[in-house]
Write a protein that binds this ligand. Structure first.
Ligand SMILES: NC(=O)c1ccc[n+]([C@@H]2O[C@H](COP(=O)([O-])OP(=O)(O)OC[C@H]3O[C@@H](n4cnc5c(N)ncnc54)[C@H](O)[C@@H]3O)[C@@H](O)[C@H]2O)c1
Length: 359
């Protein structure tokens, strides 16, 4: 069993049945009601294992949320809050978020505002959730198609990362997690990047050491700057364009958060390269790695304004500008860069141009 921690949040990595989860529940919540929040997939693939492994969860209230980002919204939270009220959940009880980033973001948000804060534990079940979403205390939901507009900074009481949950995770979702791992490498370490570039197929991702290295990047940044005043912003690399594409496609042909981030990493690297900040060699390496694993998407030029609107409304911005991250070299990025609309347009054109070469 390996242990990491940030601020006061203990993180345990290894088979959850042989770790301290049960002891933690018994010590901290001996007479508490337990609420487990799942989506349809984690209900089918992960819940039974948890309930049969831990007698403490035998009587847990199970709250089922429909799958997918489109359900990370206030209406769904409201239903869960009503259920929490019906079950008379109090601040002495505990919520266990068993799922990917949608469940840890939304379950954390639900718990953090119900009765001004019910404690919660994250048990991430997607790769993206393990290396990124479950760590760092950002909880949230989307609003009007805009990502994470409502949310709180509230840390889980503890986090348990058991990579055996990944056995049922669809391949595409493992690649979505890989995208955030690439981001972690690009903002912090060429060595980690070199390890990730060696990943050929999804089996290579089921690697506890690689996952832990990625988690450590996130932990180091959130520990130094928990409220995103400064260096934590590096974690937004790829997200200015990524969030705009993800938000724009949400009601058309949705793509995974990680997939959108991978495209964002590539196109924001393109902008950095066009500014002569990123070398051709590094840009080509990033482009190659991303295009080997992720499909491009066609962005209709008639809708560029809509995409720019999504980027403009991102919560990272202020004073009407579009803010993003510039990459100087693999492992070194710069925060608080203003992207011009024309740069976004030229990056969209670049992707569309590449796509048309394939057709
Ligand atoms: N809070 C943060 O710091 C932070 C950081 C990064 C991303 N996020 C958020 O995380 C979300 C994306 O997370 P995600 O990619 O995990 O999405 P997700 O939670 O939707 O999970 C992806 C899919 O995998 C399924 N799934 C999860 N675990 C499974 C398992 N073990 N077996 C089978 N299926 C499983 C889910 O049901 C879903 O269909 C986005 O909403 C994003 O905004 C938050």
């Amino acid at each position: 069993m390996k242990k990491l921690s940030y601020k006061q949040t203990p993180i345990e990595i290894g088979p959850i049945v042989s770790g301290s989860f049960e002891q933690y529940l018994n010590e901290n919540f001996p007479n508490s009601k337990k609420v487990v929040i799942v989506d349809e997939n984690t209900h089918d693939f992960c819940l039974e294992f948890m309930i049969t492994s831990f007698p403490e969860l035998a009587d847990a209230e199970i709250m089922l949320i429909p799958n997918g980002e489109e359900n990370k919204v206030l209406e769904v939270c409201y239903q869960i809050w009503e259920a929490l009220r019906e079950y008379e959940i109090t601040r002495n009880d505990v919520v266990i978020n068993l799922g990917g980033g949608v469940i840890t973001d939304m379950g954390g948000f639900i718990a953090s505002v119900f009765k001004r804060g019910v404690p919660f534990i994250n048990v991430p079940t997607s790769l993206l959730g393990m290396v990124d979403a479950s760590i760092g205390g950002k909880t949230g939901i989307d609003m009007g198609g805009y990502k994470n507009l409502l949310g709180t900074f509230t840390d889980p009481k503890s986090i348990y990362v058991d990579i055996s949950f990944l056995n049922s995770l669809p391949e595409e979702e493992l690649w979505n997690g890989y995208a955030e791992m690439l981001k972690h490498a690009l903002i912090s370490s060429r060595t980690h990047w070199s390890e990730l570039v060696k990943v050929v197929d999804v089996e290579d991702l089921l690697n506890e050491e690689l996952i832990m290295t990625s988690m450590e990047v996130k932990i180091n940044l959130v520990e130094k700057d928990p409220y995103e005043k400064n260096s934590r912003k590096l974690l937004n690399f790829g997200h200015t364009i990524g969030h705009s594409i993800e938000g724009y496609l949400l009601d058309k042909s949705p793509i995974g958060h990680g997939h959108a981030v991978a495209i964002g990493l590539w196109l924001e690297s393109f902008i950095s390269h066009k500014r002569n900040v990123l070398s051709t060699e590094d840009f080509r390496a990033i482009e190659k790695t991303i295009l080997e694993k992720f499909n491009m998407v066609y962005l209709d030029p008639d809708h560029y304004n809509e995409l720019i609107q999504f980027a403009r409304n991102d919560k990272k911005n202020n004073e009407g500008s579009i803010k993003g991250i510039l990459i100087r070299s693999i492992g070194e990025c710069e925060i608080d860069t203003v992207f011009e609309e024309a740069e976004l347009v030229s990056s969209f054109n670049y992707m569309n141009g590449k796509l048309s070469l394939l057709n």
